[in-house]
Every structure is written in C-alpha cells, then in structure tokens.
Design a binder for this molecule. Structure first.
Ligand code: HEM
Ligand code: HEM
Length: 175
C-alpha cells in the first residue's frame, strides 16, 4: 500500500485521516445530543470536556487532512455512471470539509463568547463575554450538525448505491 495518494488510489495517510475522523464523529454526534439533556453537575462537566477534546481533535485532524490534500492531491474519481456524478461526489466531499470546520469553529466560538477559556494550537484564547453572539454560534453549531448528518448519510448512501446499482465497489478505494 502507498503511503501517499496516487492518481488512482488513496494512500495510507488519507485513509487514516478518513477513518479516524469518521470514528470520532460517530461517538461525537450522539455525545453532543446526550450532553444537551444533562443537568448541570459534575457529570455534565466531564461529558462536556470529552466533547470539547473530541471536537478539537476533529478540528486539528481536518486542518492537517486539508493540508495533506494540498501537498498530496486526492485520486481522480472513476468514470461517470451518470452525467454530473463526479461533480456531485466532489461537492459532497467539499461540503463535508466545510461543515466539519463550521461545526468545530462554532463550538469553540460559543464557548469563548460565553467567557470561557480554550487552548487552541497551544495558545490560550479568551474573548470578552458576548452572550448574544454565543447563542448565535450555538444555533450555527446545531444547524451545521444537522447538515453534517445529512451529508454523511448521503455519502454512505452513495457508496451503497454504487455497489448495488452500478456494481462498483468504491469502498475498496478507502480500505
Ligand atoms: C465535529 C465536531 C462536533 C460535533 C459533531 C458536535 C456535535 C454537537 C451536537 C450534536 C450537539 C447538540 C446540539 C443540540 O441539539 O443542542 C452539541 C452541543 C454542544 N457542543 Fe458540540 N460538536 C462538535 C464540536 C464541538 C466543539 C469543538 C465544541 C467546543 C469547543 C463544542 C461545544 C459544544 C457545546 C458547549 C454544546 C452544548 C452543550 C449545552 O450547552 O447544552 N462542540 N455538539
Ligand atoms: C461508514 C462510513 C463511511 C464510508 C463507507 C465512507 C466511504 C468513502 C469512500 C469509498 C470514499 C472514496 C470516494 C471516492 O474517491 O470515490 C470516501 C471519501 C471521503 N469521505 Fe467517506 N466514508 C464514510 C464516512 C465518512 C464520514 C463520517 C466522513 C465525514 C467527514 C467522510 C468524509 C469523506 C471525505 C471528505 C471523502 C473525500 C476524501 C477526499 O477525496 O478528499 N466519510 N468515503
């Protein structure tokens, strides 16, 4: 297996980024929904801290993954099964990246505008309280999460449709 991408195959680095982020997300999304229903107390603080650590990890991994995509361009998509298929696939991937950044950045901006402190890229960050902005970023956090769930569902649906209807096992490219 190649370490880096080739014109037709994902390399090990891209595969590790893909599956590590996917795995953390599978835990992180339900954790977020569980968190909102918890009463204030020590359990909530612990779960929120785990949510923040997972969220920051996804943020760093996404930034490094995008850098890796620049330094080491992703493989070309295989031939179209219908007109516009490659465009839709690339759009889905692009929107997944944008939404991941939106979810993570809105998460930490909500915390920061609530007057809390965060360490991001080894730098302690503290902003002046602005509860109105904190609420707005929290709304963005929620809607971006819904969008993320839709995009991931479409992404997985496409892999299944390829296999069943086009007899094309694209999953092999990512394994
Ligand atoms: C990809 C990463 C992330 C995902 C998928 C995610 C997901 C979620 C979800 C689904 C919710 C529940 C929303 C609702 O229905 O009200 C939530 C809430 C929350 N998230 Fe995230 N989140 C992520 C990253 C972050 C980050 C980086 C932070 C902060 C540093 C953060 C802070 C919060 C907070 C504070 C809440 C609300 C808790 C409350 O006040 O009830 N999240 N998140
Ligand atoms: C069971 C879950 C998943 C399966 C089976 C799956 C499968 C795949 C496959 C087969 C590809 C290669 C597509 C191609 O080049 O033809 C791919 C690419 C991709 N996947 Fe997933 N995926 C899953 C979950 C996720 C999740 C949760 C995310 C959310 C971040 C994600 C984001 C991406 C992105 C951004 C690409 C494009 C990589 C690039 O070219 O930059 N995937 N996935």
């Amino acid at each position: 297996m190649h370490i880096t991408n080739s014109i037709s195959e994902y390399g090990l680095i891209a595969k590790l980024f893909h599956w590590t982020i996917a795995l953390i997300l599978i835990l992180q999304i339900p954790l977020g929904f569980y968190l909102v229903n918890l009463d204030y107390g020590s359990q909530r603080i612990s779960i929120e801290n785990i949510h923040i650590v997972f969220g920051l990890t996804i943020f760093y991994l996404t930034i490094f993954r995008l850098l890796n995509n620049i330094l080491n361009p992703v493989p070309q998509l295989r031939s179209n099964s219908f007109i516009g298929q490659k465009f839709i696939a690339r759009l889905n991937h692009l929107l997944l990246y944008i939404t991941l950044i939106l979810v993570t950045v809105s998460g930490f901006l909500k915390k920061l505008f609530n007057g809390e402190q965060l360490v991001i890229f080894f730098k302690e960050i503290k902003l002046e309280n602005n509860f109105k902005l904190a609420d707005q970023f929290y709304d963005i956090h929620i809607y971006a999460n819904y969008l993320l769930i839709v995009l991931i569902s479409l992404h997985i649906f496409a892999v299944i449709v390829h296999k069943i209807f086009f007899n094309d096992n694209i999953l092999k490219k990512m394994l």
